[in-house]
Design a protein around this ligand. Structure first.
Ligand code: TA6
Length: 309
């Protein structure tokens, strides 16, 4: 079973407007409300790929119920801890120039009792999980080393932990040696203080992650694809260039592809190909964190993988 950790889920709202006018009243032409947060998207795509997964994290209030109901509708097993506070909303403003401007709420207050309750559930679920994914930011009062603790427990149980986060949570998480990370260029620059202006720069940085004992680090470079390292080899992965309908959740679909490929024990190039096809399939859909299985299959042969060393 794949266990998906979703500590900071959200109600994702997409507002479609012509253009952003700072300091003025704007009315949206269209609103899209979806059950979101990175983990929700990961679970959704794993489920579409017909792999069994369980989601855990924190859900509270009306929005928490909306997300929990949505998981039931999709047939995804939900083992989240109920919290007193309201789960957050995240706003994405899509403008006619194709740009997306996001406003992400910090997330609710999680009491120490709720945190302890989550840890008890996590330890139980860990027993039947072979892959664990953890995505997104931490709710505002959760300590930045929280993922670090979860990774340490997973590693002790011999389970593969995939970490997709940023900032301090990533910095602390890396110390516990997750199996996989996928920071983008900006996140790596913020983490290391080193600029990435070329593929060579990304290769240099990926080697430092390998030295930190991360088995499968990936650096996403936007239009230039991604650089991945595994078992002493480095790969440049290029998806086809397609016009995006909605790019929100593409990184989450990528993580779902990695988890699915590892679970199916595919070889590394097939895993990277599947993840990249999932990420690309997501940008072709209006709904965030959603792919069509047939679309993923169609895209697989279009992903170009070059072994760099
Ligand atoms: O990946 C996109 C997304 O899932 C949005 O839908 C929104 O929920 C956001 O990420 C949350 O990001 P965060 O890093 O705050 O967990």
């Amino acid at each position: 079973m794949i266990l998906v950790i979703n500590l900071n889920p959200s109600l994702d709202k997409i507002y479609t407007i012509q253009s952003l006018k700072y300091g003025q009243v704007m009315r949206t032409e269209n609103v899209q409300n979806t059950a979101g947060g990175k983990g929700t998207h990961v679970a959704n795509v794993i489920n579409i790929l017909q792999e069994s997964c369980t989601i855990t994290g924190f859900l509270g209030g009306h929005i928490g119920k909306f997300i929990a109901d949505n998981l039931v509708e999709k047939g995804i097993t939900n083992q989240s801890t109920n919290i007193q506070a309201e789960t957050r909303s995240c706003i994405n403003i899509a403008t006619a120039d194709g740009k997306q401007t996001e406003i992400l709420e910090p997330g609710p207050w999680i009491t120490s009792l709720e945190q302890a309750d989550f840890l008890t559930t996590y330890k139980k679920l860990l027993k039947s999980a072979d892959i664990i994914t953890a995505s997104g930011s931490l709710p505002k009062n959760i300590e930045p080393d929280f993922y670090n603790k979860l990774i340490t427990l997973a590693n002790a149980a011999g389970k593969k932990f995939l970490l997709d986060t940023s900032g301090k949570a990533l910095q602390e998480g890396i110390k516990a040696k997750p199996f996989f990370i996928k920071p983008n260029k900006d996140e790596v620059e913020a983490l290391t203080g080193n600029k990435i202006n070329s593929i060579e720069d990304a290769v240099r940085e990926i080697k430092t992650f390998v030295q930190k004992d991360i088995k499968l680090p990936v650096i996403s470079l936007g239009k230039q694809g991604s650089i991945a390292a595994f078992a002493g080899k480095i790969y440049h992965v290029m998806p086809p260039t397609l016009e995006a309908v909605n790019a929100v959740g593409s990184g989450d679909a990528y993580v779902a592809g990695i988890a699915n490929g590892l679970h199916r024990q595919l070889d590394i190039q097939s895993i990277l190909r599947l993840a990249s096809a999932c990420g690309t399939a997501n940008i072709l859909e209006k709904e965030s964190g959603f792919v069509r299985q047939q679309q993923v299959q169609t895209l697989l042969p279009d992903i170009v993988i070059k072994q760099l060393s």
